[in-house]
Ligand binder design. Structure first.
Ligand SMILES: NC(=O)c1ccc[n+]([C@@H]2O[C@H](COP(=O)([O-])OP(=O)(O)OC[C@H]3O[C@@H](n4cnc5c(N)ncnc54)[C@H](OP(=O)(O)O)[C@@H]3O)[C@@H](O)[C@H]2O)c1
Length: 332
C-alpha cells in the first residue's frame, strides 16, 4: 500500500536515515552518560608521611593512582611483576612529582611463593603501612591457564593472591592504624554468581571467571571488614568504571576489533578510572567507613546475594587451604 504512494528508493532512504539517526542518538547519549557520571576525587589531602602499596601499577588505573598519590607526597611501593617496566615508570613519576620516595618491589600475584617473598621483604623493610591497594588484575577470554599452585590464573591473580597478601601484611597494617585496605573490584560482578562448591573453577569459560573473581573480591572485602571491626583497619571496594586500559588486551580478534572502537569512544581514561581508588585512599571523611562499595567517588548499593555474611565466612574458610595458609601465618 505504502509502496504505491511513496517510491521504493525514497522509502529506503528514510529507513536508512531513521536507523542512522537513532544510532547516532544512542551513541551521543552514551557519551553524555559517561561524561555526566564521571566522579572526580575533589580531596586536596596531602599524603606526606604515609606509606602506600599499589599492586599492578605498570599500566592503566594503577599507574595513574601511583602518579596521583606520589604527587600528594606519599611513600609509594610499586608492587609489580615486571620490575624493569616498573623502574622506568618510577623514574618518570619521580621526575614529574618531585617525590623520590618511590620504591619498586617484585610481586607476581599468581604465585603464592612470590607473594610470600614480597610480604617478607615488606615486613622486614617497612616500619608502617597506611594504605594497601589491591589493584592488579587480569582477564582472559577463552585461554585457560593454571598457576604453579594449581589455581585458576584469573582467580589466583584477582582474588586468591590479594587474600593471601592481606593476611601476610595485616599485622603491619594494624600497627599502622588508622589504615586502609582498598580492593578494586568491578560492577561486572552482577553478571556472575559464586559457586561455593567450586571456588577454583578450572573448566569454566575464562571470561566468566573474571566476573566470578570480582564477585569474590567483593564478598572478601565485606567479610574482611567484619573481621577487622574495631581494629583501626578499614576495608572497602570499588568499581572504577569501564576504562580504556590494558585489561582488554587478551580479547582475541575479531571480537577485539569492535571492542577497540567502543573502548576508545565510550570508556573512561585511566586517569578518570583512578579517581575512586584515590578518593578511598585519601579522603578524610572515610576514616571510619568500612565494608562499603564505591563507584564514581560515591557509595553504591550492592546486591543482597553478594552481601550474605554466611557466603563471606564460607568463602574465607574455603580459601585458606587453597592459598596454603600456615598455622604460623597471621589470622584475620
Ligand atoms: N579497565 C576496566 O574497565 C576495569 C573495570 C572494572 C575493574 N577493573 C579492575 O581494575 C584493576 C586495574 O586494571 P586496569 O584496567 O588498569 O588493567 P591493566 O591496564 O591491564 O592493569 C593491570 C595491572 O595489573 C598487573 N598484573 C596483572 N597480572 C598480575 C600479576 N599476576 N601479578 C602482579 N601484577 C599483575 C598488570 O601488570 P603487567 O603490566 O605486568 O601485565 C598491570 O600493571 C583490575 O583489578 C581490573 O580488574 C578494570
Amino acid at each position: 500500500m505504502i509502496l504505491n504512494i511513496i517510491p521504493c528508493s525514497t522509502l529506503l532512504y528514510w529507513i536508512v536515515a531513521i536507523i542512522s539517526g537513532g544510532a547516532i542518538l544512542v551513541l551521543v547519549g552514551l557519551r553524555l552518560y559517561v561524561f555526566y557520571t564521571l566522579g572526580i576525587c575533589k580531596s586536596k589531602a596531602q599524603m606526606d608521611g604515609k606509606t602506600i602499596i599499589i599492586t599492578g601499577c605498570t599500566s592503566g588505573i594503577g599507574k595513574e593512582t601511583a602518579r596521583d598519590l606520589a604527587k600528594r607526597g606519599a611513600r609509594i611501593i610499586m608492587a609489580c611483576r615486571n620490575p624493569d617496566i616498573a623502574n622506568q615508570l618510577k623514574d618518570e613519576i619521580v621526575k614529574e612529582s618531585n617525590n623520590a620516595n618511590i620504591t619498586v618491589r617484585k610481586l607476581d600475584l599468581s604465585s603464592l611463593q612470590s607473594i610470600r617473598k614480597f610480604a617478607q621483604q615488606i615486613n622486614q623493610e617497612e616500619s608502617k603501612l597506611d594504605v594497601l591497594i589491591h589493584n592488579a588484575g587480569t582477564a582472559e577470554t577463552f585461554r585457560k591457564k593454571v598457576t604453579e599452585d594449581g589455581l585458576e590464573q584469573t582467580m589466583a591473580t584477582n582474588y586468591f593472591g590479594p587474600f593471601l597478601l592481606t593476611h601476610l601484611l595485616i599485622d603491619l597494617l594494624k600497627r599502622s592504624k588508622p589504615s586502609r585496605i582498598i580492593v578494586v573490584a568491578s560492577e561486572l560482578y552482577r553478571l556472575a554468581c559464586l559457586n561455593l562448591d567450586n571456588i577454583n573453577p578450572m573448566s569454566t569459560l575464562p571470561a566468566y571467571v573474571y566476573y566470578v573473581s570480582k564477585y569474590a573480591d567483593i564478598v572478601f572485602t565485606l567479610e574482611l571488614a567484619r573481621r577487622l571491626e574495631g581494629s583501626g583497619v578499614t576495608a572497602n571496594c570499588l568499581h572504577p568504571g569501564m576504562i580504556d586500559s590494558g585489561i582488554w588486551r587478551n580479547v582475541p580478534a575479531p571480537l577485539s576489533w569492535g571492542l577497540k572502537l567502543i573502548v576508545k569512544m565510550f570508556f573512561k581514561t585511566p586517569e578518570q578510572g583512578a579517581q575512586t581508588t584515590i578518593y578511598l585512599a585519601v579522603s578524610d571523611e572515610l576514616n571510619k567507613i568500612s565494608g562499603r562499595y564505591f563507584m564514581d567517588c560515591a557509595e553504591h548499593r550492592l546486591s543482597n546475594a553478594v552481601k550474605d555474611p554466611a557466603k563471606g565466612k564460607k568463602l574465607w574458610e574455603l580459601s585458606e587451604p587453597l592459598v596454603k595458609l600456615q598455622s604460623s601465618d597471621p589470622k584475620i
